[in-house]
Design a protein around this ligand. Structure first.
Ligand SMILES: [Ca+2]
Ligand SMILES: [Ca+2]
Ligand SMILES: [Ca+2]
Length: 464
């Protein structure tokens, strides 16, 4: 009798625990299967964090100062350019802003223009070990002849001075930037070489410089470092080509971030391919160690409900969240933010959509071509580039510039749930193939829910 009661009690406890777990997992108490999260994610709906005012059309890179906790935002203002690629007023319009925790944005610097182009295009930025701010100055839209630069904004007592120095010259399209310990990494999105017929339409890379080299250059009588960007430069630690996909955009590496293990993650703007570069045992970054961790052409269609059929075909800025050990991807084309967990060597990652919305002006905080992310003021911030290219959800420039925000507590809940499906189980694609090898009739019905009706495993996008 006593034994039976104990057994019953244990059973009831087990049922209660299981139910609680399932209730957390998804709607109607169902346990999600495979990579199916809750169908809708109203708790992740972005709200307006900052209205950047009338002089800010096209905001881009963001970084937070470790020293003061202040958010810094670069604004290249490409959206103000006329058909001759000249900005609409006498000011060249490349600005640096401080954005406080309430979303109040204050312009603190107007970048000096390039002598060759008369323009400034400040994009990715990050603080160096010397406490100064390093900046990708993208001149590609004004002049494709290696006019882009890496700049240094001198900081004193945690505040920017008006002094800006040129550190590296000869870059093609300087885009994303990340410092990791004593190394500076940045992406160059367009080498404009090695295109092959209709299939391979672009190329680009990742460059690495030591702090020793970079922090001395361009000051105290030292000249700027001169390179000619391309795979032949010894600083080029990753060289990738862009396979035509979707819109047929030829832009290569854009977003870049470095995780807690020193692994560099980056992705192509033009087609959404994702890569990583792990340091070898000697701590060196070698081009032969670049791994393709997301094959955008052969991606499985996932999601249900409103996101059905959505694919990742654009990687703009990316951000590593060290607290949750995950990476957020800004998808400029799809007006979306995606998340993935870093994978082990030889595996692939599985990006999942957090939020996407249709074309709109961004005034209510909805996405208007998100391009960079960071965690700040208890929120995941996504800044909206709002300078569309053909084939994007965003169709027109409608200032003012905006920063969207997603409640970080909700982001954390989402990532905790999703990481159960993103763990070290090996590549999803590999498992799908293994299932496909089985004789017909042996597949479980359950697994068919993983993809929308009418789509077969291995289907490729019809476009491209
Ligand atoms: Ca970018
Ligand atoms: Ca817009
Ligand atoms: Ca807008």
């Amino acid at each position: 009798m006593k034994k039976a009661t104990l057994f019953l009690s244990a059973l009831l406890t087990l049922v209660a625990v299981s139910t609680a777990t399932f209730a957390q997992d998804g709607p109607r108490g169902q346990r999600p299967q495979g990579d199916r999260p809750a169908f809708e994610r109203p708790n992740l709906k972005p709200t307006l964090f900052a209205n950047l005012g009338d002089e800010c059309y096209t905001p881009d890179g963001m970084t937070v100062s470790d020293e003061t906790g202040m958010l810094y935002l670069n604004v290249p203002n490409f959206g103000r350019m006329d058909d001759k690629m000249v900005k609409a007023d006498s000011a060249q319009g490349g600005y640096l802003y401080e954005v406080d925790k309430d979303g109040k944005a204050t312009r603190v610097l107007e970048y000096p223009v390039s002598e060759k182009t008369g323009q400034a295009g400040p994009m990715g930025l990050d603080f160096g070990p010397d406490g100064n701010l390093y900046v990708c100055d993208n001149q590609y839209f004004h002049n494709k002849d290696f006019c882009s630069r890496i700049l240094r904004v001198i900081f004193k007592d945690g505040k920017p001075t008006q002094e800006v120095q040129v550190v590296i010259e000869g870059v093609k399209l300087a885009n994303g930037m990340s410092w990791y310990q004593d190394k500076l990494f940045y992406t160059d999105s367009c080498f404009d070489i090695d295109t092959e017929g209709d299939e391979i339409i672009g190329s680009g890379g990742v460059f690495m410089f030591s702090a020793d080299e970079v922090t001395k250059a361009g000051k105290d009588g030292e000249p700027a470092i001169q390179i000619k960007a391309g795979p032949d430069d010894p600083h080029c630690v990753a060289y990738v080509k862009v396979q035509k996909l979707g819109r047929g955009d030829n832009t290569g590496p854009d977003g870049i971030c470095v995780d807690k293990n020193g692994t560099v993650w980056f992705g192509n703007f033009g087609n959404g391919y994702l890569y990583c570069l792990r340091p070898n045992d000697a701590g060196e970054y070698k081009r032969e160690n670049v791994e393709n961790v997301f094959d955008a052409l052969n991606q499985r269609v996932r999601e249900q409900g409103p996101n059905v059929g959505m694919k990742l075909e654009c990687c703009d800025g990316i951000f590593y969240d060290k607290d949750l050990d995950c990476v957020y991807i800004d998808d400029s084309v799809g007006n979306a933010v995606w998340m993935f967990k870093p994978c082990e060597k030889g595996q692939t990652v599985r990006p999942v959509v957090m939020w996407t919305n249709d074309d709109n002006d961004g005034a209510d905080g909805s996405f208007d071509q998100p391009c960079e992310a960071c965690v700040y003021a208890g929120k995941l911030l996504l800044v909206n580039f709002d300078w569309p290219f053909p084939g994007m959800k965003n169709t027109k420039v409608d200032p003012p510039g905006t920063i969207s925000a997603i409640d970080y507590a909700e982001v954390e809940k989402f990532v905790r749930i999703m990481e159960r499906f993103q763990g070290p189980r090996g590549p999803r694609e590999g498992r799908a193939n293994a299932r496909g090898d089985r004789p017909r009739g042996q597949r479980g019905d359950r697994q068919q829910g993983d993809r929308p009706r009418g789509q077969r495993r291995g289907d490729r996008p019809s476009e491209g």
